[in-house]
Design a protein around this ligand. Sequence first.
Ligand code: FES
Length: 184
Amino acid sequence: MSAAASIPNPAEQPQSTRRDFLVLSAVAFASVGAAAGIWPMLHSLDPSADTRAEATAEVDLTHIKPGQAITVRWQGKPVFIVHRTEAQIARAEADDKAATIDPAKDRTRVKRKEWLVVVGVCTHLGCAPTSRAVGDLAPRYGGWVCPCHYSQYDISGRVRRGPAPSNLPVPPYRFQDEDRLIIG
Ligand code: FES
């Protein structure tokens, strides 16, 4: 199992010191065959047609501490699951009126404030947004930046700077119990 390590709160850290959300592939698993995976590896994986077709993915949340995130695969797509801190929640809610490209209140994008679940595919041309701060690619709004054309997403997954036209989609999901998430 991967060691869990805290990440700096993007809202509290200089952009130059931000690190990518920790990927804890070992704590995410698929109930019916959808493979969990480390985000950078997703490009090299070639899910089979039957994997793509799997309807649901089940994720154990117990090892994802506040401030950490994982990426799991669901129907062939990466899904970001972020355990948000109080500061991240406050930032997301404070920015409700600032997200003007595809306006949405944070509370409409989560079922539990501490858990953000979004499809990790840029809504411009489908590149992979990253939370890693690398030079000019630093996320500016506590979420992700797309390396292709620099769209910016906040910690609610809302697009804050284009060319992406819309927010990161929220997939269908539910909490099976306190510590278990079902996507799909
Ligand atoms: S594909 Fe993300 S900004 Fe163009």
